[in-house]
Write a protein that binds this ligand. Structure first.
Ligand code: SF4
Length: 676
């Protein structure tokens, strides 16, 4: 059996996979992200590609239909809404599971042909705070480092990142490096004692959202102990004085850690030149997520620990193609190819390149605002692609009601029944992993191919083609006349060339003459390239910015709820839920609760408990453990309403967002009550 070289569809590590139509799955030994390794989810991919539960034909109002009728209905509904209410009356909600070619075309259709920027994505829930923090500090959304830095570092600081479960192959790479170099140190900063602590020399049980106080304290310590790199700051950084003044006004004790633990961490950081700070959803999914990102970046900029082997801040994305999505502008506040909606020259160049009738000139609705607009009756037609917001968004019950409130809803998905698909007027059957071709970008800027090794089932079509077909039905066929994803990719690379004079970080020239069929995994701008070692940033003056950030006042009264992932499930389980092996790990929705809280509530390990907020309710199995601190609860977010009959966890979460990034605060909900 010949095996196809492709890429895992789950997390942002972006592991190479060798896959066969008989269900064979192996790690690709030649892929530079994983060198043959796979985690439990990747290894079980062969168990998830059967056709049970698949959507195999379009449906209109719950009845199977042909493609022409379904496309006509979608195009007609969007056209009517735009004619009667304007382009901002329609919206797309897309996904970090889409391939770059799909994402590029969805963005092109909405921004260049419909003329609105109302396209947002579940990537807003993943890394929008990192994007905003990068842009404030660097002038661009640039990940400076590469995975090899994790092996070259002498100190790895993990912040809000359960790497062992959520990016397991990166965890394995660090574990192997630490075994080879026992002097390497790992510090894990997390309110929970997760599996990642097994690797850590030091676990700092920071208070939820205490990260700004922690890193402001570090900045102040570095200044006070003469660890700033004055030469680097003078040449390459602005804003140091203001950022330091704000840091000095912060009480590091607000991080919720004992003074000796703070001192030990600060000393270790200060004395180690090669420091990589890896951060993920515990930083991003917060009402102060962007400030947390900049608090971390400030420390790296002040010490010149950036862009050199083994040193730098490193945002790792949750999703397989959150990075590709941001590259093609798949967020409501981006244009395309790292260009800005607010910049008239950028808009003109993109519109000319697309030869489009219009171009959006203002940012669209970010995820939470988008569904608020649905609830308020402002959105008349909505198209959800490859994601399940009725389960994955905060305040999920209200989001489901908001979707139901939209006069016309289309959903493209691989599955016939999802909580969001059940609300659709039209269902469009999409091909899934193993059935479609395209590219993804992982957390270290590496573009890899996904390749088909299975036939498209039933009437399913790849997303890039569904989008092109809808565009054609709306009268935009000439600009969406693609025969293959290779043609879409070539156009994306050509847009990069056309916009090169703007001089931003994104540089895809390496891919200009690439053979799409044989494309090997490569980083932009070139393999192993790190940004900012030369001190050249992308603000107009060429310098980076240290940003003054204020630690939020934290309310520690009552129980707080932290939501997240399990090791063996992915998002709302449409794929991983098929694997008996993966389901055996943690088989049902649960609530981690500290023994003292459990005793106070009167519940024992294994009991069912009712968890309430003013948003909703969920029935969960109590898992009594001191892995969570007293006063804190943890629940995984995976189970959809269809299987979690006691209610889905995100229904409990208030739709608070970071004011800069718009990323929801999924890690700290207040006002939680638990009853036996
Ligand atoms: Fe897939 Fe991520 Fe596991 Fe790699 S680490 S096999 S990309 S889920």
């Amino acid at each position: 059996m010949s095996l196809t070289r492709t890429t895992c569809p789950y997390c942002g590590v972006g592991c190479g996979v060798l896959a066969g139509a008989d269900g064979t799955i192996k790690g690709d030994p030649d892929h530079p992200a994983n060198f043959g390794r796979l985690c439990s989810k990747g290894s079980a991919l062969g168990e998830t590609v059967d056709l049970e539960g698949r959507l195999l034909a379009p449906q209109i109002d719950g009845v199977s239909a042909d493609w022409d009728s379904a496309l006509g209905r979608v195009a007609g509904a969007f056209g009517d809404a735009i004619r009667d209410h304007g382009p901002d009356s329609v919206a797309f909600y897309v996904s970090g599971q889409l391939l770059t070619e799909d994402y590029y075309l969805a963005n092109k259709l909405m921004k260049g042909f419909i003329g609105s920027a109302n396209i947002d994505t579940n990537s807003r829930l993943c890394m929008a705070s990192s994007v905003a923090g990068h842009k404030r500090a660097f002038g661009t959304d640039t990940v400076p480092g590469v995975y090899a830095d994790l092996e070259e570092a002498d100190l790895i600081v993990l912040v809000g990142s359960n790497l062992a479960w959520c990016h397991p192959v990166l965890y394995q790479r660090i574990a192997a490096a630490k075994e080879a170099r026992p002097d390497m140190r790992v510090v894990n900063i997390d309110p929970r004692r997760t599996a990642t602590c097994d690797l850590a020399d030091m676990h700092l049980r920071v208070a939820p959202d205490g990260d700004v106080a922690l890193f402001n304290g570090l900045l102040s310590y570095l200044a006070g102990h003469d660890h700033f790199d004055a030469r680097y700051i003078d040449a390459h950084v602005n804003g140091c004085h203001a950022a330091l003044a704000q840091a000095r006004a912060t009480d590091p004790a607000d991080a919720g850690l004992p003074a000796d633990a703070l001192d030990a961490f600060y000393r270790l950081w200060a004395q180690t030149k090669k420091v990589v700070t890896v951060y993920s959803q515990g930083v991003n999914q917060s009402a102060c997520g962007t400030d947390k990102v900049n608090a971390i970046l400030n420390c790296h900029l002040a010490t010149g620990r950036i862009g050199t082997p083994g040193a730098g801040p490193f945002s790792v994305t949750g999703q397989p193609n959150a990075m590709g999505g941001r590259e093609v502008g798949g967020l409501a506040n981006m244009l395309a190819n790292h260009l800005d909606i607010e910049n008239a020259a950028h808009r003109d160049t993109v519109q000319t390149f697309w030869n489009s009738p219009t171009i959006c000139d203002h940012a669209g609705l970010k995820a939470v605002d988008l569904f608020d607009a649905c609830a308020a009756g402002k959105i008349k037609a909505l198209w959800v692609m490859s994601t399940n917001p009725a389960v994955s968004m905060p305040d999920a019950n209200r989001v489901a009601q908001a979707i139901a409130n939209v006069p016309f809803v289309a959903v493209s998905d691989i599955m016939a029944r999802t909580d969001t698909g059940d609300l659709a007027d039209v269902l469009l059957p999409a091909t899934g992993w193993g059935e479609k071709d395209g590219t993804v970008t992982n957390s270290e800027r590496r573009i890899s191919r996904q390749r088909a090794f299975l036939p498209a089932p039933g009437m399913a079509r790849p997303d890039w083609r569904i989008i092109s077909d809808v565009a054609a039905a709306m009268g935009f066929g000439t600009a969406f006349d693609y025969a293959s994803p290779a043609e879409v990719f070539a156009e994306y690379i050509a847009l990069d060339a056309a916009t090169r004079p703007f001089g931003r970080d994104l540089d895809l020239s390496l891919f200009a003459d690439a053979d799409y069929a044989k494309l090997i995994p490569q980083q932009w701008p070139r393999d192993n390239a790190r940004f900012f070692a030369d001190g050249k940033f992308y603000h107009a003056d060429g310098k980076a910015r240290m940003v003054p950030v204020t630690a939020p006042a934290l309310d520690h009264a009552g129980l707080t709820l932290n939501t997240g992932r399990n090791r063996d499930q992915w998002h709302t389980m449409t794929r991983t839920g098929k694997s008996p092996k993966l389901g055996a790990h943690l088989a049902e929705p649960y609530l981690e609760i500290h023994p003292l809280d459990a005793a106070a509530i009167g519940t024992a390990h294994g009991d069912l408990v009712a968890v309430h907020t003013d948003r909703g309710r969920a029935i969960l199995r109590s898992l009594v453990s001191d892995r969570v601190a007293q006063g804190q609860l943890f629940a995984p977010m995976h189970w959809p309403r269809q299987t979690a009959r006691g209610g889905t966890v995100n229904a409990l979460v208030a739709p608070l967002t970071d004011p800069i990034s718009g990323q929801p605060a999924l890690k700290r909900s207040n006002g939680v009550s638990v009853k036996p």
